[in-house]
Design a protein around this ligand. Structure first.
Ligand SMILES: Nc1ncnc2c1ncn2[C@@H]1O[C@H](COP(=O)(O)OP(=O)(O)OP(=O)(O)O)[C@@H](O)[C@H]1O
Length: 325
């Protein structure tokens, strides 16, 4: 459904030093540096997948999304999406895709949301029945009923984001590009957005490509992640594989009947200690959880135990470090 092969993109950025003299000089002589945003990016995405596209700031995620949505033309490489090259014949192409940029709006600021939807209906030539059906489904699923008549500038961020997502799906696209759709949202709005993305993928088979810095978005939604750093693809695989490759660390929290003993267990690093609770970090490649627990049980009166994976954020930071991005 989506294939990128050897995509490269550079930007020329004008440079000048600070100060009046430099500003005058820049009027006559322009100095440029070249930023290589993408370097030989290749991947394929199949129909119905939800793929998380992650990477540190400036890695090239938005540039890739802009190329895939036809806004930017790459310097090198090919991109085929549903039989189209995105930046050629865009009018035809955009009927197949929906795009949401979390930091930008596709809605008209001063008019009620429903007016923006109707404008989009006309722009995309959405047939009447399809528009009505989609509007009904999106209004219900994204809880828009009470805000459809409100001007966009009066909406909260969470309300606006729900409207943005609805706007991107009015024309029944088969692919949805989401660039940081949960940025700045509170926990309730985030969960509502995630829930809806899952629903649209399951019910309508919409393929979703999602960029985010929020790893809990990725954990909730994406089976597969593509990780990019300094314009190069660093990882393409399942989130669970990434976890098991890097995540043999576990955090064990134990609650026990009050004691003054400082309980040390060989092979387990003591992260914190108190009279009723201690937290240990272990590497399951070196020691077994059961062994650590039985050693603990010999020394204290255990009341409760919880074992947690290393948080996915830490796994990703470790990966960024390894690749020096
Ligand atoms: N229009 C542009 N002109 C010049 N440089 C650009 C432009 N767009 C992107 N870049 C540069 O290309 C690189 C990749 O930027 P991009 O926005 O794709 O990164 P990103 O992974 O989306 O980052 P973030 O997570 O911070 O949004 C950065 O070095 C950025 O400064």
């Amino acid at each position: 459904m989506i294939t990128l092969d050897g995509i490269g993109k550079s930007f020329q950025v004008a440079r000048r030093s600070a100060g009046f003299k430099e500003a005058v000089k820049a009027l006559f002589v322009r100095e440029h540096t070249v930023v290589e945003a993408l370097h030989n990016i290749s991947f394929s995405i199949g129909e119905g997948e939800i793929v998380g596209y992650i990477g540190p700031n400036g890695a090239g995620k938005s540039t890739t999304i802009k190329i895939m949505s036809g806004i930017l033309v790459p310097d090198r490489g090919t991109c085929r999406i549903m039989g189209h090259t995105p930046w050629e014949n865009r009018t035809d192409y955009v009927r197949h895709i929906g795009v949401v940029f979390g930091q930008r709006s596709q809605l008209w600021w001063d008019v009620p949301v429903i007016d923006s939807f109707e404008l989009l209906r006309d722009i995309y030539h959405i047939p009447g029945a399809m528009y009505r059906e989609n509007l009904k489904m999106l209004t219900e699923a994204l809880d828009l009923e009470l805000i459809l008549k409100t001007p966009v500038r009066q909406l909260s961020l969470g309300q606006r984001m729900r409207c943005e997502i609805a706007a991107s799906l009015l024309h029944s696209p088969k692919i949805l590009f989401l660039d940081e759709p949960t940025i700045g949202l509170d926990a309730v709005s985030k969960i509502a957005v995630r829930h809806f993305i899952k629903k649209i993928n399951k019910d309508r088979g919409v393929t979703v490509i999602l960029t985010t810095h929020d790893m809990s978005d990725i954990e909730a939604l994406a089976d597969r992640i593509l990780m990019i750093g300094k314009g190069t693809l660093l990882y393409d695989g399942r989130l669970s594989e990434l976890r098991s490759r890097f995540g043999t660390q576990r955090t064990i929290t134990v609650d026990y009947a009050e004691t003054s003993k400082h309980v040390e267990v060989s092979g387990a690093e003591l992260l914190s200690w108190g009279p009723e609770r201690a937290v240990y970090s272990i590497d399951t490649e070196k020691v077994q959880i059961a062994g650590v627990l039985s050693l603990l049980a010999e020394q204290v009166d255990l009341l409760d135990v919880s074992v947690e994976n290393k948080p996915i954020e830490e796994v990703v930071v470790q990966l960024y470090k390894e690749h020096q991005v």
